[in-house]
Design a protein around this ligand. Structure first.
Ligand SMILES: C[S@@+](CC[C@H](N)C(=O)[O-])C[C@H]1O[C@@H](n2cnc3c(N)ncnc32)[C@H](O)[C@@H]1O
Ligand SMILES: [Mg+2]
Length: 315
């Protein structure tokens, strides 16, 4: 068993990690948070959001909607859309994380669909969707691995940048990009063998509804993969205070601590959406090598792979 397999097998989940619903924050099952103008990206007065600030967020009690859009989150991405492919720009952490998250995706999807992970194009024959694709940092390598890729993003500028970049290579020019949302594609009846939403759920209006849409886009017995940031004190210190305010890796205000989900919460909302989480891994940054590694440590950045039950559950 190699290192990766050890990590992954260590993170195969049993239902015992799923907490009773009373542990969950009410936010998970409420709704679209109305816009918080104090979170504006362009503001010169950046207040570091504390966990307590999040706890008193009044927007929690707004009525339910199926839209996953949070306008002020989209505005942040629109403002920096032309930097998606600058490897030293605001998306540098995603560029650096890419090989690590692709290793997890290759490993889990190859096992799930009985594909050969040592093949150059292991995803040949698979239809994948990259939800919240941004500039296409993930969509492109998935296409190079042979998948038929659809990339969607709610920000039109992102989709345009993704399209322009993908068109530079005949292999990636096959990617179908659309400015739309997961819920709209559900309404259109689209389905995919595997659905991926990396670093998106912490930016949507309603994580539980979003997971239901991801599930509905996944064929029965297909795979669903999400990555996000844990709502832990370590994540507050490293992903917000250090990354945004000390190291300036990300623009200030990129993340709201209160919008993060714990691995248990994500597992539970996916389970309620008919997706059983099978494996999880953490991404850990090594400041000496400047690389991210797959790890057992899911206290900050983590990725989860689940399988879509063939029954429709309570979707
Ligand atoms: C942090 S970026 C991640 C980009 C890409 N998944 C990656 O990991 O390289 C989050 C992306 O999600 C998009 N987004 C946010 N909310 C969305 C929603 N409700 N539906 C679709 N895309 C959304 C944003 O426009 C942004 O491009
Ligand atoms: Mg994020």
């Amino acid at each position: 068993m190699n290192h990766l397999q050890r990590i992954l097998s260590a993170r195969r989940l049993s239902p015992s990690i799923i907490p009773p619903s009373c542990f969950l924050h009410r936010r998970l099952f409420s709704t679209s948070e109305t816009d918080d103008s104090s979170a504006s990206f362009s503001s010169s007065h950046h207040k570091i959001q504390t966990p307590e600030d999040g706890a008193s967020d009044k927007s929690r009690s707004t009525p339910s909607t199926t839209s996953s859009l949070k306008e002020h989150e989209l505005a942040k991405f629109s403002a920096i859309a032309d930097t998606w492919w600058h490897s030293e720009g605001p998306f540098k952490p995603l560029h650096l994380m890419n090989p690590t998250r692709l290793a997890f995706i290759r490993s889990t999807l190859c096992r799930h669909f009985s594909k050969d992970p040592s093949s150059a194009r292991p995803f040949e024959g698979l239809r994948l969707i990259d939800v919240g694709c941004g500039g296409g940092l993930l969509s492109e390598p998935l296409a190079r691995m042979g998948a038929t890729v659809t990339g969607i993003d709610a920000v039109d500028k992102n989709v345009k940048i993704a399209r322009l970049h993908a068109d530079m290579d005949p292999v990636t020019s096959t990617i179908e990009y659309h400015c739309t949302t997961a819920e709209k594609l559900v309404d259109e009846g689209r389905t995919f063998d595997a659905v991926l939403a990396l670093e998106v759920i912490e930016h949507v209006a309603n994580p539980a509804e979003f997971c239901k849409s991801l599930s509905a886009l996944t064929i029965p017995n297909g795979a669903t993969i999400l990555s996000t940031i844990n709502r832990s004190m370590r994540a507050y210190a490293s992903a917000i205070v250090a990354a945004e305010y000390i190291l300036h890796w990300l623009p200030k205000g990129t993340h709201q601590w209160s919008s993060f989900l714990t691995p248990e919460e994500l597992t539970m909302i996916l389970q309620r959406a008919s997706v059983d989480v099978k494996e999880m891994a953490g991404f850990v940054y090594n400041p000496i090598t400047g690389r991210w590694l797959l790890s057992n440590d899911i206290s900050v950045n983590f990725i989860a792979y689940g399988t879509r039950r063939s029954d429709h559950g309570d979707i």
